[in-house]
Design a protein around this ligand. Sequence first.
Ligand code: FMN
Length: 276
Amino acid sequence: MKKIDIYVFSGTGNTMMCAKELEKNLTELGAEVAVRRIENGKEQVESVNDTIVVCYPVHGFNAPTNVINFCKNLPESTAEAYILKTSGEPLSINDDSSLKVVKSFKKKGYAYKGEFHFIMPYNMIFRHTDEMAAKMYQTAKKRMPIAAKVVLNGEEHIKKIPAKAKIVRGIVSIEHWGARFNGRFFKVDTDKCVKCMQCVKNCPMQNITYKDGKFKFGGDCLLCTRCSFNCPTDAFKIGIMEFMHVNGKYNFNADPEKAEIGKYCKKAYTEYFNEQ
Ligand SMILES: Cc1cc2nc3c(=O)[nH]c(=O)nc-3n(C[C@H](O)[C@H](O)[C@H](O)COP(=O)(O)O)c2cc1C
């Protein structure tokens, strides 16, 4: 029986939903699977089983910093390695986001086999409709058995990366520094806030503290939006990125048949949904 370790960072749940789906499919195929969370990226992995799958949401055409750091700290191994990533739009400029993760795999001796990319609703930038969110999730679910078979059989699933993706990834990697800088300017509207403290408890970087009636934001923000997206009273302002703020969980049980692809990236979404 193949033993597979799935390590997941998920800011607002999308990537975890896909990772759980992969776990379900792999288990059905007879693999022994463990799903573990990546949070601040300092988690220590003692040893790796037959296969490792690292899962992350694309942030600014890159992998998030905590995921990059986590991979840098992986132990040396000859295990097979895959990536599962989610992003809000199906554009090929997201294709080079795994560069640093793949570099770490190769440096540590892993047999890098490729990646799977699933489109899930935006948790920042703008809000997809619930119907689109449901269609995205259903599409990921429909395709996951294929991904699971590839992982179980140790097959290659490497995508050719277009030059424009390399250029965009390089330029936008400033986002890592930008997220830390911008995070210091987060604000909580204390009139709206109900002091549930979910933001403080759930921040993956422990970057939010509350003392003497005031919230403080440190310099480690990933801009994962877990705090602002899940705030029950939408009390957050996310610095200069406020105009891209999205709040509130999607209803993934909405009717995917009623999803309408808007004008934004219409061709890319249509192609993604129609892919076999
Ligand atoms: C800071 C930030 C940057 C993002 N950058 C991209 C991007 O470059 N391309 C993209 O398609 N989606 C981007 N997204 C959208 C997320 O990748 C997408 O919503 C993902 O499914 C969120 O996964 P999670 O719920 O596991 O955090 C970004 C989201 C955030 C918060």
